[in-house]
Ligand binder design. Structure first.
Ligand code: CTP
Ligand code: CA
Length: 223
């Protein structure tokens, strides 16, 4: 698949975007997942394409369709997402908007677990790779700019600032996903951009506007 290469400040730049949830199978008919529509990641990819970037869009099973003009890599699990991300390198910048499941189910089988077996199933979990941290901490082939998201409920800025330090990414877009904000599943977002020089609150705006503002910022940073 050839991506559409538009003309703009990001023409000639190659940018990776992860989006959507991952699904971690329990058996062929069941899975665990994070709540994610894929809307914010999709808008980020769309905004980057608009500015001329070649966008590799690695997405889990999202509710919204992928944007036009990207190189599309569909995955299900976190492990598949990591592989697809590594295969996309090198890139000039990477934006990690996916809601990756932190754990996968150990011993997922190809046989459907039957209710009639008598006992209740007990699931054991293994930790999934932290894709953002892995890419941020690469010694060779690290993207010039690595951007993560941090969906938090309490102490949003403190948690997100600590997360940025722990993972080693350049920017984190923090947002409060407490149910009262109505952000999860909605069309708006209210984020704080955290970087080296501190934290910037962006006003509440549509996910499309958050994406455009981020894409502009990336363009100014790369050029
Ligand atoms: N992320 C990732 N791979 C993972 C988990 C998270 O790439 N296995 C990325 C997300 O795409 C996001 C950022 O890391 O950009 C933060 O995700 P988040 O779930 O908030 O961070 P965690 O380190 O998993 O912390 P928490 O315990 O709060 O879930
Ligand atoms: Ca997590």
């Amino acid at each position: 698949i050839k991506a559409r290469i538009g003309q703009g400040p990001l023409t000639g730049r190659r940018i990776l975007v992860t989006s959507g949830p991952t699904h971690e199978p329990i058996d062929p008919v069941r899975y665990i997942a994070n709540r994610s529509s894929g809307a914010q990641g999709t808008e980020v990819a769309r905004a980057l394409v608009r500015l001329g970037a070649e966008v590799i869009f690695v997405t889990g099973p999202a509710d919204v369709p992928p944007p036009d003009g990207v190189i599309l890599k569909r995955v299900e699990t976190a492990q598949q997402m990591l592989k697809a991300v590594e295969a996309a390198l090198p890139v000039d910048a990477a934006v990690f908007a996916a809601a990756v499941a932190d754990w996968r189910v150990m011993g997922a089988t190809d046989s459907k677990i039957k209710k009639q077996s008598g006992a209740l199933p007990v699931l054991e979990f293994a930790e999934n790779p932290d894709i953002l941290a892995r890419i941020s901490q690469r010694r060779s082939g690290r993207p010039g700019l690595v951007v993560g998201f941090a969906a938090e409920t309490d102490d949003v800025i403190a948690n997100a600032t600590a997360k940025r330090g722990r993972k080693g990414c350049d920017w984190i877009l923090a947002n409060d996903v407490s149910p009262a904000t109505g952000i999860m599943g909605g069309s708006e977002n209210a984020v704080t951009l955290i970087h080296d020089a501190g934290a910037e609150d962006w006003p509440r705006m549509s996910k499309q506007d958050v994406a455009r503002r981020l894409a502009d910022r990336i363009a100014r940073t790369l050029t």
